[in-house]
Design a protein around this ligand. Structure first.
Ligand code: PEP
Ligand code: MN
Length: 357
């Protein structure tokens, strides 16, 4: 049983940064009364630009140690340097996490892994800022190879060029789902605070993570969020966290209800059949595409025909809507199908060009 599978959800809460002794003690006192498994706080803060508050370092470690002794709540902090690990261990920190800006850098992750060799401590790996499942997986593998037994992934969203109106970091759920496919036993914790960047959306994303079957939540919590020294807009009060947790609907992966199981099994079989039909239809469509490629080759036409592509987008989009399907979804699907079609036709044109040379 993983360290992170105790309590569903496994809740990590606490301020973005350990600002003052009073703020740490006040927050820990409130959270220790709730269903919170780990107290989080930033001690060294990675900042986008220099000159912002960069954390209180060693002094903050002493406050966290005191909070743990006083309220019995285990502590987690972010580490970005081997020296941070050494200090965290010295101050009895219980769990470490690797931040999004560190996970992008395999050299740095390896330095941390080397410092962790032979150390028995759970480690959480935040996703890299770029939407790259391999990079995330790679950082987790470096921890495994260093002998870390308890590892969890934290999904904190991905940055995009030109911030979208709704979220600070796009959730891009397909990436944590892919990670889970590759490592089915790996607990995944969602960080709705850094995904949304705004407190009024934190509960929505927390619920979505639970509906997706994630194991835990990391939620930034501050006694007076508007006065926070970092990430003020996304933090919630301990009282708001209590309310959020009380409203969360927790679903199970499985059900003991046999008739529901049978119903699901029946629907799955139907879905398997539909998927096989979709693949057969795609194969037929590609055959047609290749035949068209031959005609285009023989009549010296280009593979890509903009007018035809416009017509496909228009007619398929319109048809999708008559079947209650999202137009955007069907067009996105057709972009992939059309791209593959064109690739096949180009191969036919290019084979002829090669023969001619
Ligand atoms: C944080 O958790 O406060 C933090 C810096 O997060 P991230 O690495 O996800 O940006
Ligand atoms: Mn933060």
């Amino acid at each position: 049983m993983s360290y992170f599978n105790t309590g569903r959800p496994f809740v990590i809460a606490g301020p973005c940064s350990a600002e003052t002794r009073e703020q740490v003690m006040e927050t820990a006192a409130a959270l220790a009364q709730m269903n919170v498994q780990l107290f989080r706080a930033g001690v060294w803060k990675p900042r986008t630009r220099p000159g912002n508050f960069e954390g209180n370092g060693d002094e903050a470690l002493a406050w966290l140690k005191e909070a743990k002794e006083q309220y019995g709540i285990p502590i987690t902090i972010e580490v970005a340097e081997p020296e941070h690990i050494e200090k965290a261990l010295r101050y009895g920190i219980d769990v470490l996490w690797i931040g999004a800006r560190t996970t992008v850098n395999p050299f740095q992750v390896q330095r941390l892994a080397d410092a962790l060799r032979g150390v028995n401590i759970p480690v959480m790996v935040k996703n890299p800022v770029t939407p790259d499942a391999d990079l995330w997986l790679g950082a987790i593998e470096r921890m495994e190879q260093a002998g870390i037994k308890d590892i969890a992934a934290i999904h904190r969203g991905f940055s995009t060029y030109g911030k979208t109106a709704l979220y600070r970091n796009q959730p891009n759920w397909a990436i944590p789902v892919e990670l889970k496919r590759r490592l089915p036993e790996l607990p995944i914790i969602c960080d709705p605070s850094h995904i949304t960047g705004r407190r009024d959306k934190v509960a929505d994303i927390a619920q979505k993570a639970m509906d997706m079957g994630f194991e835990g939540l990391m939620i930034e919590t501050h006694p007076r969020p508007d006065e926070a020294w970092s990430d003020a807009r996304q933090q919630i009060t301990p009282e708001e966290l209590r309310e959020l947790l009380s409203w969360l609907v927790i679903r199970q992966q499985h059900t003991a209800d046999m008739s529901k199981q049978a119903q699901l099994e029946n629907l799955r079989q139907q879905m398997d059949n539909v998927d096989m039909e979709i693949i057969d239809l795609l194969a037929r469509r590609m055959e047609l595409s290749e035949q068209m490629g031959t005609v285009k080759r023989d009549s010296n036409m280009t593979a890509y025909q903009p007018a035809r592509w416009r017509e496909i987008v228009q007619t398929r989009g319109a048809h999708a809507q008559t079947r209650m399907l999202s137009k955007d979804f069907v067009i996105a699907l057709y972009e992939k199908i059309h791209d593959e079609s064109i690739k096949k036709q180009l191969a036919i044109l290019q084979a002829e060009e090669k023969d001619a040379r």
